[in-house]
Structure formats: structure tokens, C-alpha cells
Ligand binder design. Structure first.
Ligand code: COA
Length: 254
């Protein structure tokens, strides 16, 4: 079965991360499938709302570390960058249901969603510094805006996880429910949205976001250049090798 499942019903496209044996970590091929799905959904009148979901136990472990080491994204048309531009500019409502770990892009993509529902086991983390990298998905802009600078510094410099209740408190999620209920809650809200006039949804989202979109895309480009460079440097190599070898990284000489 595919690692990315898409299903359209009653105006709602549901995109499911379906790579449980790798904790729903995302490969370049999966980013391409995600970008294709969003680009198609944007232009398809039968899709009015999109929902991202994972599994009750894990949303996504972020970038697939092996895949990133083997084929680091270099060009602006790399699948990961296509996906980031697609979530930043997606015109219709974008929802997410998040349970378990949401690492890296698993958390940063949520800053581009309009509504987020979390299981009480959700654990959000952006450990870019711990991996010898820098933030992506315009998180260096959007996280300070939403969390305030000092909490953003805690999340992005220390890279420590924060749980669903903390995410609710800072406004990253709309509601926390038992993990068995998160996907169903997102679906029921998506259906409610899908029954509303699409043009009003699209114009309202555009008006809420328009002052910000250019800055987000600019930040994504700058982060992307930085991220791509750092991915090839010794700190990231050490962090990724340590993860694969199940040991702590040693940055003492880096
Ligand atoms: N890339 C590639 N493989 C990954 C992965 C990733 N991001 N995350 C998990 N996996 C693999 C593990 O290597 C392991 O493989 P194995 O069964 O061959 O040993 C398998 O998925 C299960 O992961 P495991 O770490 O044993 O699960 P866990 O429940 O103990 O922990 C996480 C789950 C998500 C907390 C943990 O896997 C993790 O921290 N992953 C890395 C996250 C990360 O740094 N992502 C990059 C962000 S840029």
C-alpha cells in the first residue's frame, strides 16, 4: 500500500501518512505525492477542504533521515520545497489531526493549517538544532509569532518536545481529545466546513493570510538554502549517523 493515502468524500480530501513501520517519516517520494495531492486539490472543485492525519500512535517522525542523507534536496523544485510552497499557499481550509510524535515537519506543517485537533498523546518537537540543522517551513518566522520569542527559542534552540496541553495553551491546536477521537473530530469539522460556501471560505482565508504570504515564502527560501547547506556539513552528518547507530551525537569538536 502507498505511504501517502488520499481519499475524497463529501468534499473532504483526507491525506493519510501511512508508513507506520518508519513512524510515518517522509521521503522525497512522499513529499512529491503530498505536493501532487495538494496541487490537484487546489484546482479540483470537488475538494473543498483537506485534512492531514497520521495514526493514533504517531503523526510523523519528520524527514526520513536515510532518504535525506542519500538525496539531500538541492534545487527549488525538490519535492520537499514543492510541498512547503503548496501548504503555504493552499487556498482552501487545511486541517490536521495529530496524535503521538509530530517531529520536525510533523510540527512545522501545522503552522500552515487552519485548524488543528490533537490527541492527548501528541508530542510536538522541532529538533533542528539537535540535528545540526536550521528551521524549515517558515517556522523561524511563524513559531515566534505564535508562541512569543522566548517560548519559540525554547522550542527551536533547545528543541525539546511539548505536549498537547501546552500546544493548546499557545494556540497551535484548537482542541485536545483522546487519541481515538482526533481523526473523527477533524473529519466532522471538515465536513461542517465543506458544507459552507467555498468562495467565502477561500476569500476569508486569503484575507487572513495575505499580509503574510510573501514573507512566509521568502523565509522558506532563505531557510531552504541554509538547511540544504547544513545538511551536508559535519554536525548534521554526526547527528544523523548517531540516530542510525542508536547513540547520542558528539558535537564536542563541531
Ligand atoms: N527517519 C528514518 N527512520 C526513522 C525515523 C526518521 N525520521 N524515525 C523513526 N525511524 C525508524 C527508526 O530508525 C526505527 O527503525 P528500526 O525499526 O529499523 O530500528 C523505526 O522507525 C521505529 O522508530 P523508533 O525510534 O524505534 O520508535 P520510537 O517509538 O521509539 O520513537 C520517534 C519514535 C518518532 C520519537 C523517534 O523515532 C524519533 O525521534 N525519530 C527521529 C525524528 C527526527 O529526528 N526526525 C528528523 C526531523 S528533521
Amino acid at each position: 500500500m502507498s505511504d501517502i493515502l488520499t481519499h475524497v468524500e463529501a468534499g473532504v480530501m483526507t491525506i493519510t501518512f501511512n508508513r507506520l513501520d518508519r513512524k510515518n517519516s517522509i521521503t522525497a517520494a512522499m513529499y512529491a505525492a503530498l505536493a501532487d495531492a495538494l496541487e490537484a486539490a487546489a484546482g479540483d472543485a470537488s475538494v473543498r477542504v483537506v485534512v492531514f492525519q497520521g495514526h493514533e500512535t504517531v503523526f510523523s517522525a519528520g524527514n526520513d533521515i536515510n532518504d535525506f542523507l542519500q538525496q539531500p534536496p538541492a534545487q527549488e523544485d525538490a519535492p520537499v520545497f514543492r510541498f512547503l510552497r503548496a501548504i503555504a499557499t493552499f487556498p482552501k481550509p487545511l486541517l490536521a489531526a495529530v496524535c503521538g510524535p509530530a517531529v520536525g515537519i510533523g510540527t512545522t506543517l501545522l503552522f500552515h493549517c487552519d485548524l488543528v485537533y490533537a490527541g492527548d498523546n501528541a508530542a510536538f518537537s522541532m529538533p533542528f538544532v539537535n540535528l545540526g540543522l536550521c528551521p524549515e517551513a517558515a517556522s523561524s518566522l511563524l513559531v515566534p509569532q505564535m508562541l512569543g520569542y522566548h517560548r519559540a527559542a525554547e522550542a527551536l534552540l533547545l528543541g525539546e518536545p511539548f505536549m498537547a496541553e501546552a500546544a493548546l495553551e499557545v494556540g497551535l491546536v484548537n482542541r485536545v481529545v483522546p487519541p481515538t477521537e482526533a481523526n473523527a473530530l477533524a473529519q466532522s469539522v471538515a465536513r461542517k466546513l465543506a458544507a459552507k460556501p467555498l468562495a467565502s471560505l477561500v476569500e476569508t482565508k486569503r484575507l487572513m493570510k495575505q499580509g503574510q504570504t510573501d514573507a512566509v515564502l521568502r523565509q522558506m527560501r532563505e531557510e531552504g538554502a541554509c538547511f540544504g547547506r547544513m545538511l551536508r556539513e559535519p554536525a548534521a552528518r554526526e547527528a544523523f549517523t548517531a540516530f542510525m547507530e542508536r547513540r547520542l551525537p558528539d558535537f564536542s569538536r563541531l
